[in-house]
Structure formats: C-alpha cells, structure tokens
Design a protein around this ligand. Structure first.
Ligand code: NI
Length: 384
C-alpha cells in the first residue's frame, strides 16, 4: 500500500500531460510553466514583436513582446507566463509577438505664430501682431521624437496688410519718392522742391550718409520726408536674420546720426521684402513702401519720357518711384519741374508718403507717424 501511494505521488509529479501547440500534439511534464515550454521550443517559430517609437518608427526589431499566446482560446498575459502552467488537454496557439511602444511622457510647449501676408498694394504694414500659443506633445523617451497631442491655446498669426492708398474726402493727392540717395544730385532736387513749395519722400541709403549726410539733414529741415532704403542696398531675402536686422538697424542709426530723426518707414531694395523677412524683422519698421508708378528713370529714357510716365499714369493716392542717387540722375533733375507743374495742373497736391497715408484711415496712426512698437506680449512668427 505504502509502495503504491509513493508510486502515485511519483507518477503525479513526473507524469507527462498531452496538449496541442498550433494544432500539433505535444507533451510536457505536468506543472511545466508556459514560459519554459516556449523557451525550450524556440517559441515555436514565432517572430518577435518590434519596439516602436510613438510615431511608429522601428526602434528595435525584436524589442516588442517575444510572442503572443492563447490557451483554449483565451489570450494570456505575457508577464504571467512564468507562473502559468500547461493545462492537460489544452489547445495552445503561439503566434507573432505584439509590437510595443513604451517610455513616453507629455509636456506643454510653446507654438510660434504663423504669418499671413496680403499682396497687391503699394504699402505693407503689420495690421495684427502674432502671439504664441501652447500645445501638449508626447515625447518618446528613447528617440526624443515628439508628436502633437492637443492644442491648448492656438497661436495668433501675424498679418501683414498690403494696401494702395485711397485718400478720403475731396482733393487729389500724389507722393513723389526718390531712392538710392543722397548723392550729388540731391541738392538740385531739393532746390526744385523748395522753389515750387512741393513735398517728396527720400528713401536714403544709410551707408551714403557718411559722404552726403548734410543733405539728409537739409531735406528734413526743408520739410521733406526722410525714410530708409536700408544700409547697403542688398537683396534682403538673401540675408540671414541677423544680417537683415543689422541692415535695417544700421540704416536707421546712420540716418538718425545724420539728420536727427530716426525713420521707421522703409523701402526694401528692389521692393523685395518677403513674408519671411516680415517674420524676421517686422518689428523694426513701420511699413515697407513700394510704388504705383515706376518712371524707369534709371534707364535714362530722357526727361520728357520720365515726365510723361508720371503724368500719363497719375491717379489719386499714387506713389511715384524716382531716384536721386545710384547713378547719373540728371534726367530726374531735368524732369522734376515739369512733373510738379503737370501734376498740379491736373489738380494734384504733392505730399510726403506719411501725409498721403494720413489721408486714408485704414492706415493705423503709428504706421503713419512711424512710431510702431511691437507689443510686449506679441511674438514674431517662426522664420526660415
Ligand atoms: Ni534702390
């Protein structure tokens, strides 16, 4: 009797139990943990799952679950395989391991404002400043990769308006502008304007002020408007952010030193001031002034051609492009008296650009006055 009890105990501890794995008959010692069964049998050929980043990039080909297991149709928790025993007569399915994503955290980050830029007008200015927003992102601990989770506060885009001047009320107004000075032609142009009691705006180059600083001061003293054409007449979209800002600031510094006023109004060389430039330096200027009528004076077509280009195309609110520097400007000097007389005969009053902008209340006072200041809580858009 004692002998048979011992035998039964021995038999029940060491007996082999049958079951199937993926439909094939198998057997193992009773009480064998599933994990041991899988390890001893090479996981029955199951391909391991991958470790993925939060965006689905594969961080490790075999970093996921080693395999997936069901026993009698019931999915098993992989963490519990060491303590789950093979059940007699059970049907076990072993298949490819599940992919796993692990180790991520959330954080709140700032969102830079975007920029919306209108086009088609001669005068560009910021009509709405940008403001940053906030969003929650998920950060993958291993890869550092982030994905957006939710926007907590949407950023406010910077908006650059682009308007042609439409003077309100009765009267016809036009603004003559001179670029690339000062130069030796500037005093001749100033004398004509003074003799005729006419106003104009001069977009001066900062780096010309060293040679001709006296003219910048003179034109301001005579009631003409001084504005910036940047420091060295570079194509601004080609500059990096620091060089662009330096180009604008150096001009303002030079003009202020020469004439005692610090102009915010600018005309970018070639008129080129892109949305990206506004994003990088829009806080440094009140407006970028383009033109409606290009006299093409730099081609030296003759004084009569320059004159008729202005008179034939004049309209109320127009801004006219001429030059007092950058080359031989004798034809501008020759044409100017006839231009002033012809415009007046057609009923136009000649104004500076600021005076012209003041005739149209769509231009904010600080743009007209050149006293724009980006608000403390505003932020420039993300720029390239
Ligand atoms: Ni120019």
């Amino acid at each position: 009797m004692a002998c048979s009890v011992l035998f039964i105990c021995y038999w029940s501890m060491w007996r082999s139990v049958p079951f199937t794995v993926n439909g094939k008959e198998c057997a193992a010692r009773v009480g064998t943990p599933l994990e041991t069964l899988l390890e001893d049998n090479g996981y029955f050929g199951a391909v391991p799952g991958r470790l993925l980043s939060i965006s689905g990039a594969v961080l490790a080909e075999d970093g996921g679950d080693r395999c997936s297991v069901t026993m009698d149709g019931e999915p098993l928790d992989m963490a519990k395989l060491p303590e789950t025993e093979v059940r007699e007569g059970s049907s076990i399915e072993v298949s490819q391991g599940a992919d796993r994503t692990e180790g991520s955290s959330e954080k709140t980050v700032a969102m830079a404002p975007g920029i919306q830029m209108e086009s088609g007008g001669a005068v560009q200015f910021v009509s709405q400043w940008g403001a940053p927003g906030k969003k929650v992102v998920t950060v993958d601990d291993r890869s550092g990769e982030t994905i957006d989770k939710e926007v907590v506060e949407a950023p406010v885009d910077m908006v650059v308006s682009s308007l042609n001047v439409r003077p309100q009320g009765a009267g016809k107004y036009i603004a003559l502008t001179f670029d690339d000075g000062p130069s030796g032609y500037t005093p001749d142009i100033l004398k004509i304007l003074a003799d005729k009691g006419a106003k104009a705006t001069f977009f001066n180059l900062g780096n010309s002020e060293g040679r001709y600083g006296g003219y910048a001061k003179q034109l301001v003293d005579e009631g003409q408007e001084l504005a910036s054409h940047t420091n060295a007449h570079q194509y601004l979209p080609d500059l990096d952010a620091d060089a662009l800002r330096a180009e604008i600031t150096a001009s303002a510094d030079a003009l202020e030193a020469a004439a005692g006023v610090r102009p915010q109004m600018m005309r970018a060389p070639y008129g080129a001031f892109t949305a990206n430039d506004w994003a990088r330096a829009g806080d440094l200027i009140s407006c970028n002034v383009l033109w409606n009528i290009d006299t093409l004076d730099w081609k030296r077509p003759g004084a009569a051609a320059i004159t008729s280009m202005v008179l034939d195309n004049a309209f109320n609110g127009a801004i006219v492009l001429m030059h007092d520097g950058g080359g031989n400007r004798s034809q501008d000097v020759e044409a100017l008296p006839g231009i002033i007389d012809g415009l007046r005969a057609a009923g136009y009053e000649l104004l500076t650009v600021s005076e012209l902008l003041a005739k149209d209340d769509r231009f904010p006072a600080e743009v007209v006055d050149g006293t724009v200041k980006m608000p403390e809580d505003a932020e420039l858009p993300a720029a390239g």
